[in-house]
Design a protein around this ligand. Structure first.
Ligand code: MN
Ligand code: MN
Length: 305
């Protein structure tokens, strides 16, 4: 039997990378032949995690042959996946996003409204009676901290907190100290081109007919990122034209104070003003307490579109 590829979404974040590694570990222990893969460049936060553990990143998957068997983690939206998703066999999906996929065949689909894919994987280890070692615990904990911004995001559930506590114990890590270092490593945008910053965590959405890209970058200092505002805007404008977008919303999220500065461009930038009752001045506004694209941005914009 041929190998099964496991991968998370394009522009991979820590959850996508670690979930492919962690699920590959679980599947292997259960006797399956699988390979952890990734669909893009490793970001600095994930690099910090891999370096901390001294382990390799999953293999970069340029393409998948038609007919291959795959398992999707941390996504199911075809827009965020491999280009020929329609021509492969999806065996499983393990995810914590809205269900956006239709297949003509039955598959194992597990989605739970929790803050991180790893929280689901944590439960799967328990259900299968497979032991979680230190490395796996650190990978899982890192992703939970990443997705929930150190358990502060409104996406964070009690299950994420419980898993986090247990995993920190196994990993022998102080979650707060380690987590803040890890998040800060991810906020270091030095060395990235504007183009790279704009694609690091960019996702495309159809907001009730409004074609949008919403991109989020984490920072410990909004002012630092705003110094290159003009360059960011020029880059965003180019992408708007290339993709015929109605809206490009950049969220610059302050991970220490849990606020986001937004830069919004496009003919539907008014949607941001309407959704948050703010006025964009020079295309920008501070969105107080907004840190979660999934819970506090996408649904609100969709409702107002
Ligand atoms: Mn993700
Ligand atoms: Mn995730």
């Amino acid at each position: 039997m041929s190998k099964v590829y496991i991968f998370g979404h394009k522009s991979p974040d820590t959850d996508s990378i670690t979930s492919s590694l962690v699920l590959a570990n679980l599947e292997t222990k259960l006797g399956k032949e699988v390979e952890a893969c990734r669909l893009g460049k490793i970001n600095k936060e994930t690099e910090y995690v891999l370096n901390y553990l001294g382990i390799e990143a999953p293999r970069l998957l340029e393409s998948v042959e038609d007919g291959a068997e795959v398992i999707l983690v941390d996504h199911a939206n075809p827009k965020e996946s491999i280009d020929n998703l329609d021509n492969v066999k999806i065996l499983k999906v393990i995810d914590h996003h809205p269900v956006k996929i239709n297949t003509a065949y039955p598959l194992y689909y597990r989605a739970e409204p929790v803050g991180c894919t790893e929280t689901i994987l944590y439960k799967m280890y328990k259900e299968n009676g497979v032991e979680i070692d230190k490395t796996i615990a650190t990978l899982m904990l890192s992703a939970i901290i990443s997705d929930t911004l150190l358990f502060k995001s409104p996406t964070c559930t009690d299950e994420d907190r419980e898993a986090g506590k247990e995993l920190a114990k196994i990993a022998g890590i102080d979650a707060n100290t380690y987590g803040l270092e890890m998040l800060k490593a991810g906020t270091n945008l030095a060395g990235f081109s504007v183009q790279e910053i704009l694609s690091l965590d960019a996702k495309e959405f159809d907001l009730n007919g409004v074609k949008a890209v919403i991109n989020q970058v984490n920072t410990a200092s909004i002012e630092d990122v705003m110094q290159i505002k003009a360059d960011l805007e020029a880059g965003m404008q180019t992408i708007i034209e290339e993709k015929s977008l109605d809206l490009f919303m950049l969220l610059i999220t302050d991970i220490v104070n849990s606020n986001s500065q937004t830069i919004a461009l496009g003919k539907r930038a008014d949607l941001v003003e309407k959704s948050y009752d703010v006025k964009l001045e020079n295309n920008t506004a501070l969105l107080k307490g907004i840190v979660s694209r999934k819970k506090q941005v996408v649904p609100i914009l969709t409702e107002n579109a």
